[in-house]
Design a protein around this ligand. Structure first.
Ligand SMILES: C[S@@+](CC[C@H](N)C(=O)[O-])C[C@H]1O[C@@H](n2cnc3c(N)ncnc32)[C@H](O)[C@@H]1O
Length: 285
């Protein structure tokens, strides 16, 4: 078991499936993940019984045993590609649920290919009443198909562990300019408006300061918003598909502590450059 809390921010080189069970339950107020879709871990189809070895949580709130297994069976027989993906993701999602504090929030970043399956399954897994938002990250970059509507968005599904007591601090969220400033008071124009669930944000510029060189790096502006709303200064936040460590970088700027896990040595190298000696680096079995 990992000693908790650690002295400071942690970057962990490990397969998250092996590492996450070593962390104590209820340790993170906010968890964000941006998992790869093509995991390359295709395996023989098997009937999975959902076993929930979740320490100490006791009451199974949010988990739907039998009905979840049935739904999962139906969906995965419908789409083989998704079945492999879900076999990979499911044990990690169970860990995310276990690791959240009772007032914690989970952000799952996906694209249009898998998000609809994931929504149905997460409704069953967390409980439909625990679904908080579907955030659309809209960007405008790259080629445009003339054979269909060019796909220029990702989706971030947001679930809370307990809809009656989750942490959400809208006062801490960065505000946006009004689209029609002439229609509101100068005070409102000066203050800006709260973002909705559609976030227009540029991708990480290939030539900008933010760029780390890690191919799937997400913009820090997106992560700052999620961290600001769903955690408080001093809280612990977690990303167990951390890549270049954007969640950690956002946490840094907002005075939160972080744990970033990745199994790719290049991701760890990128985070070493990003955080230098201000984090502790571990290799877990
Ligand atoms: C889409 S990238 C995340 C990018 C990140 N959000 C960023 O802003 O840089 C997904 C990451 O998951 C990592 N990954 C895939 N399977 C993993 C596993 N089993 N354990 C830990 N990390 C894993 C990959 O190495 C990759 O860096």
């Amino acid at each position: 078991m990992t000693a908790w809390p650690p002295a400071g921010d942690l970057v962990v080189h490990a397969d998250n499936a092996a590492y996450l069970p070593t962390l104590p339950g209820g340790s993170f107020r906010m968890i964000y993940i941006d998992p790869p879709f093509n995991t390359g871990r295709s395996r023989a189809r098997q009937t999975v019984t959902v076993t929930r070895s979740l320490d100490g949580s006791g009451d199974r709130r949010g988990f739907r045993g039998g009905s979840y297994a049935t739904l999962k069976g139906d969906l995965t027989s419908y789409a083989d590609a998704f079945a492999d993906y879900w076999e990979f993701l499911e044990p990690r999602l169970l860990q995310a649920w276990r690791l959240l504090t009772d007032d914690g929030t989970f952000y799952l970043h996906l694209d249009y290919r898998e998000v609809h399956y994931a929504k149905v399954l997460l409704d069953a897994l967390f409980g439909r009443e625990c679904f908080l938002n579907e955030i659309i990250w809209a960007y405008d970059f790259g080629g445009r198909s003339t054979r269909r509507w060019p796909a220029k968005h990702d989706t971030i599904l947001v679930y809370v562990k307990d809809p009656a007591r989750y942490w959400f601090d809208s006062a801490e969220v960065d505000r946006e300019p009004y689209m029609a400033p002439g229609l509101v008071t100068p005070e409102k124009v000066a203050r800006g408006k709260l973002p909705t669930d559609v976030w227009w944000h540029t991708i990480v510029s290939p030539t900008g300061k933010e760029k780390t060189g890690y191919p799937t790096q997400k913009p820090i502006g997106l992560l700052r918003r999620m961290v600001a709303a769903s955690s408080a200064p001093g809280d612990w936040v977690l990303d167990f598909f951390a890549g270049s460590g954007t969640l950690g970088a956002a946490a840094r700027t907002l005075d939160r502590r972080f744990v970033c896990v990745d199994d790719n040595p290049q991701a760890i190298e990128t985070m070493r450059r990003r955080f230098a000696d201000t984090a502790t680096y571990l290799t877990a079995p």
